[in-house]
Design a protein around this ligand. Structure first.
Ligand code: HEM
Length: 166
């Protein structure tokens, strides 16, 4: 009889413990799910479409008068031929899309749209310096700047000609 009681008690304790554990786990999971749904997209943290369009506008204006870029005749030719409003629109919709916004980029791939421009390391650096100057001007926080640079840098292999050919 005593053994049976002990057995019953241990069983009840084990059941209560497992309930408690599963209970705690599901509360923790719920909390982390809430946290991740609370984390705003980069698009939202940047301030959405209008803020992104303003940043892109400033950035492209800098690129257009950048002597290092304009010394490259292929870039200069494209800059004179392509309407800057269209370029700003395309770059804005691309940035909005890849940062989590509702816009859909409808332009060409990075490889396709830059392959004729003979973009070398020094021109890539000149572009990155202009981008940094724009982000600083609009006081984009360090974390968001880093995330944007990660996105931009992920396109480098498709845009810059291989080192051996520079
Ligand atoms: C040194 C770096 C870069 C230079 C000099 C540059 C220059 C240009 C030029 C001249 C065009 C027009 C080409 C044409 O239509 O003939 C263009 C198009 C474009 N670029 Fe760049 N670009 C650079 C980097 C980037 C980066 C890092 C991004 C985005 C992450 C980007 C996004 C675009 C987009 C979305 C287009 C429009 C493509 C289309 O109309 O289908 N570019 N770029």
């Amino acid at each position: 009889m005593r053994t049976e009681n002990l057995f019953r008690r241990s069983f009840a304790l084990a059941a209560a413990l497992s309930l408690l554990c599963f209970g705690t786990l599901s509360v923790a999971q719920e909390k982390s799910a809430k946290k991740s749904t609370k984390e705003k997209s980069l698009y939202e943290r940047l301030g959405g479409t209008y803020a992104i369009a303003t940043v892109v506008d400033d950035f492209i204006e800098r690129l257009l008068v950048n002597d290092i870029l304009n010394a490259n005749t292929a870039i200069k030719e494209a800059r004179d031929r392509v309407p800057k409003a269209g370029l700003k629109f395309r770059v804005t919709s691309l940035v909005c899309q890849v940062t989590g916004g509702p816009e859909k980029y409808a332009g060409r791939s990075m490889k396709e749209s830059h392959k004729h421009l003979n973009i070398k390391e020094k021109e890539w650096k000149a572009m990155a310096d202009d981008f940094k100057a724009t982000l600083d001007k609009f006081k984009v926080p360090e974390k968001e700047q880093q995330e944007l640079f990660e996105i931009v840098n992920s396109t480098k292999n498709d845009i810059v000609v291989p080192t051996a050919m520079q």
